[in-house]
Write a protein that binds this ligand. Structure first.
Ligand SMILES: O=P(O)(O)O[C@H]1[C@H](O)[C@H](O)[C@H](O)[C@@H](O)[C@@H]1O
Ligand SMILES: [Mg+2]
Length: 289
């Protein structure tokens, strides 16, 4: 069969297939064994990783390498093992094998297999598979956003007092960071807004914005692999992306606001405490002199 004239579509079709296969692996583990025995920790005692995260990421990367050998990767567990987290202009797969690992360990049914694809440092398409819900969120830049093939459209709400907001408590338990998280949460809740929710997955919070059930999601401390795939799903559903400072989103900054429109984004951003975590693309720690 001749190669399609649209190589990025071939890659996206592969991503959907391998995300679905990854979801089957995840469901198998959830249904058949106690994940709590498989848990390790990373940046903190509550930043969890399991052998399923690692197996899923290996499955995705090995399958891509065989079809697209020249492509590059940024994978959560590969970076955790020391791979560089640098986005070049080359075609790059940005992978979070299980977004919502803590949910996975606790059998809380919101886990997303996230595969984003960037060319010239711009996300071309994104796939987020909510494995327990069996919802495949997809978007291709300029061609719309979908959930299981049905078009997605953000909420039309412009009144912040009638909005639902999503955020997360993250995995940093530094008391000063916890204070900033609760300071922002207090200001947002007191506007008031209708409610605050958190799926336990950055990507699924962003998909909730894209499908119109949440007006805005914000968080500081996320990583590029948490948000890259869902970023194009939000924008193709008509939403906007910002930094918590109000500036343009920087995928490596570890800060994000995803909203249904500029009105809601501006109003909530005015309430947020701005702080920073180390950038994802920071230079590796220099050896001591
Ligand atoms: O489950 P992860 O892939 O580690 O990503 C989550 C992160 O650990 C932290 O819980 C953030 O608050 C979440 O938004 C993110 O999805
Ligand atoms: Mg994640």
């Amino acid at each position: 069969m001749s190669k399609s004239h649209d190589p990025w579509q071939d890659a996206m079709d592969h991503a959907v297939a391998v995300a679905r296969k990854s979801g089957e692996m995840i469901r198998e583990v959830v249904q058949n064994q106690d994940q709590s025995s498989l848990v390790q920790t990373k940046s903190s005692a509550v930043d969890l990783v399991t052998e399923t995260d690692q197996k899923v990421e290996r499955l995705i990367i090995q399958s891509v390498k065989s079809k697209f050998p020249s492509h590059r990767f940024i994978g959560e567990e590969s970076v955790s093992s020391g791979e560089p987290c640098i986005l070049t202009s080359d075609p790059t797969w940005i992978i979070d094998p299980i977004d919502g690992t803590t949910n996975f360990v606790h059998r809380y049914p919101f886990v997303g297999v996230c595969i984003g694809f960037a060319v010239n440092q711009q996300v071309e398409w994104g796939v987020v598979y909510s494995a327990i819900e069996d919802k495949m969120f997809t978007a291709r830049r300029g061609r719309g956003a979908f959930c299981n093939g049905r078009p997605l459209q953000v909420s039309t709400q412009t009144d912040v007092h009638r909005s639902m907001v999503a955020t997360e408590f993250g995995s940093d338990r530094d008391p000063q960071v916890v204070d900033k998280i609760f300071s922002s949460l207090h200001k947002v809740l007191s506007l008031p807004v209708h409610g605050v929710r958190g799926a336990g997955s950055a990507a699924l919070n962003m998909c909730a914005v894209a499908r119109g059930s949440v007006e805005l999601y914000y968080e500081t401390g996320v990583h590029v692999w948490d948000i890259a795939a869902a970023s194009v799903i939000v924008t193709e559903a008509g939403g906007v992306l910002r930094d918590t400072t109000g500036g343009a989103l920087d995928l490596m900054s570890r800060r994000i606001v995803a909203a249904n429109n500029e009105t809601i984004a501006t109003r909530i951003i005015a309430e947020l405490e701005v702080y920073s975590s180390e950038r994802d693309d920071r230079a590796p720690d220099c050896e001591p002199e």
